[in-house]
Design a protein around this ligand. Structure first.
Ligand code: SF4
Length: 184
């Protein structure tokens, strides 16, 4: 990668591909010119195994935190097409099946923002964590304009696409919600 390793105390170049060929070439050197591992200061007081254990603990902690405190990776506010956020809003928390990726999230937003019999009035904001079912979804809405039942209906009812001339069936279902009676 044309990195002048002989002139470096530490290789920080982004173009280093970590092949470690340079370490391999120099490892028999009496001066140990190149090495790989934790910084020497740390290595004096911490064994490499301890540093790897700390690193694994940090990674495990990050994975657990991502599950316990998920951060929405899909957010849609419909700023251009819907009312501005009112002073008082309500939030509907749901677990939605089959919301597995960003493409499905876009389809989910299509059903929430539909323009037919099940259209939802007023302000809406979707915050979703698409992934393995069920995916967590928060929908913030204007309680003066709609309610939880209407939002759940919009998500689960089929949509008739009059331009294309066919029904689009919703692939989504909501944990604990039965579209036939609308009760939880
Ligand atoms: S690890 Fe590979 S790419 Fe990086 S400096 Fe060494 S030889 Fe070059």
């Amino acid at each position: 990668m044309a990195i002048p390793v002989a002139k470096r105390d530490r290789v920080n170049e982004a173009r280093c591909i970590s092949c470690l060929d340079c370490v391999e070439v120099c490892k028999t050197s009496a001066t140990d010119a190149l090495s790989w591992g934790p910084p020497k200061k740390l290595a004096r007081s911490w064994s490499q195994a301890a540093l790897i254990a700390i690193m694994l603990l940090c990674i495990s902690g990050a994975v657990v935190a991502a599950y316990v405190f998920p951060i929405p990776s899909f957010v849609q506010t419909f700023d251009q097409t819907r009312d501005a956020q009112p002073e008082r809003t309500a939030t509907l928390l749901m677990e939605v099946n089959n919301l597995s990726c960003r493409g499905k999230s876009t389809l989910f937003a299509f059903f929430v923002d539909r323009d037919d019999l099940y259209e939802i009035d007023g302000y809406l904001k979707i915050e979703a964590c698409p992934g393995p079912s069920p995916a967590q979804v928060h929908i913030t809405y204007d309680p003066a304009m709609t309610d939880e039942g209407e939002i759940k209906q919009a998500i689960t009812e089929s949509y008739f696409d009059s331009e294309a001339g066919f029904w689009r069936h919703s692939p989504f279902d909501i944990e604990g919600y039965d579209p036939l009676d609308g009760d939880e």
